[in-house]
Design a protein around this ligand. Sequence first.
Ligand code: NAD
Ligand code: MLT
Length: 532
Amino acid sequence: MRPKGRLKVLVTDKIDPKGLEPLAADPGVELQMAVGDAAKWGEFVGGTHVWLVRSETKVTDAWLGKAKALRLVGRAGVGVDNIDVAGASRRGIAVINAPAANTISACEHTWALMLSLARKVPAADASMKAGAWDRSKFMGLELAGKTLGLVGLGRIGREVGKRAVAFGMKVLAYDPYISEKQAEAMGLELKPFKDLLGESDFVSLHVPLTEKTKHMIDAQSLSWFKKGARLVNCARGELVNDADLAAALTSGRLAGAGLDVFDPEPLPEGSVLRKAPNIVLTPHLGASTAEAQLKVAEELSRSVLEFSARGVVRNAINLPGFDPDLLEAMGPWLNLAETLGRFLGQTMDGGLKEVRCRFLGDFPAPQRHPLAVAALKGALSSILEESLSYINAPILALERGIVHTEASAPAPEGYARLLEVTAVTDKGERAVSGAVAEDGSPRLARLDSLMVDVTPRGKMLVLSNSDEPGMIGQVGTLLGRHGVNIADMRVGRRAPHGEAVMVITVDEDLTPELQSELKKVKGIRTVRWVVL
Ligand code: NAD
Ligand code: MLT
C-alpha cells in the first residue's frame, strides 16, 4: 500500500509545526506546505500521497479525483464532514482523524460558553470596556441544581457530563447509540430527544453532522425546549437552523445561546446570529488550545510515519477498526465479501431482514467478523444512500432491524474455502458463494444452489430461466440487436431441462426496453441488472 520513493505529504491547513516536526525530520518524507493557498494545492495534489487538513480545507470528490497518487487523508481533529469519506473509500484512500486529542479542549470550551451564558461575562466585559458600571443589568443564575441535557454522549459529551456533576447539575442525555446500562454507569439518565429538550435548563450538542442531525434544532424542536432554556453548540453549525434559533432568542422562548460553530464558516457578516439577543459567539475555538493542537499534530505525525514505515493505516475511519496486519493478510477475501454483498443487494427482492455469512472450510476465527461486516456493508450499499463505512454499516443495519449472523461449516468438495452470503428478505432468500482465485481475483462460484464460475465485476446481467434449447441463442440475438456487446457468459443449471441461470457480463448499459424484451422471452423468469 505504501507508494515507492519518498512519501509526499501535503499540508493545507494550519497544523501545529512542532507536532509536524517528526515528519519534517524524516528522510523518507517530503513535506509540502500550502496552507490556505488553494492555487498551490493544485500544483501538489496530483502527486501527493498523504494530505493533512484541519477543517478549512474541503477535500471534495473533485479534489480526490485529481489526487491520483493519494493514499491517505489525515484530519487534525475529530469531524470529517469536510472530507468526502465515501469518495475516498471508493478510491481506496484511507481517512484518519485524531479523535481524542481535542476532547478536553472542546469540553472546556463548552463550559466557557455555558458559564458565559449563566453569568453574562462577555456582555458585562463589553459594557465595562465601554465605560459603564452596571451591576443590575447582568444578573445571572447558578448552575447548581439546574438540569443539563446532553445531545450526543460520545467523547466530548461524556467529559461535559462529568464536569456537570461536579457543578451539582442533574444530567440527562439523548444518544440512541448508547445503552441504558452505559449511561447508568456514567451516572446519567437517558431520555428521548423531545423529553430531554422539555426538561433541560441547558442543552448542549455533541453529535456529529449526519443526515439525521442536520437542523435537529429547528422551529419544531425549539418549541419543545423548556421556556427560558439555553443552548450551547460546540459541535457543528449545521445542527442548528440559524433563522429559527434567532427567532427563538428574540421571542424569549430561549434565554440564551452560546455558539462556537457555524454554517457556513466563516460566519457571514450579515448573519442573523450576529444580531440575535443573548447570544455568545466564538469563531470555532473549541479545539484552539496549545495543548490540543500539539496533540492532534503529534497523533497525525505518528500515523503518517507508521504508514511510511510499514504501509499500514491504523484506525482509519473508513476501514474496520481491525488490526491492519490482519486486514493485509485477508486482502482479497475482504473485497470478495463486499462484492458478494453488493451482488446480493442488487439482485434480492423485498425488504432486507438478515445478511447471513457462512464460512465453509478453514477460515481463521479473527477473519470471520471483518468478512461478515464487509458483506453486510456491500448488501446495504444498494439500499442506503448514507455514506457507508465498515464502522457504520452494523449500526445502520441495527437501526433498520437488519441482523447479520455468522456460521461455519465444512468446505464443499472442490474448495478449500468458500464464502457464502445469504440475503433474507420478506420475500425469501437468495444466496451467493464465492472464493478467491490463485491470482487473487474474486470468483463467484454458486448462485443459490446453481454452480456458476464468474468474475464478479463490471456490468452484469443475471437471468434465471428454464434450461431449454435455444435459450442462449435468443438472449444473445436480443442483446446483439440492441448493440450490447457480451464480454463473458456463464451458465449453470440444476438438472437438464430444469432451473438454470445465465450470468452475462456486458460492455454497454441495458436500456429499460431491452430489459422488458428480455422478460418477455419464453422461459426467462427473472432479469436482474448488477453493476459492481
Ligand atoms: P464522538 O463520535 O465521540 O461522539 C458523538 C456521539 O454522537 C456518539 O456517542 C454518537 O452515538 C452520537 N450520535 C450520533 N448520531 C446521533 C444522533 N442522531 N442523535 C444523538 N446522538 C447521536 O464525537 P466527539 O469527539 O464527542 O465530537 C462530537 C462533535 O464535536 C463532532 O461533531 C466534532 O466534530 C465536534 N467537535 C467540535 C470541536 C470544536 O472545535 N468546536 C472540537 C472537537 C469536536
Ligand atoms: C474538530 O472536529 O476536531 C473540531 O471542529 C476542531 C477543529 O477542527 O479544529
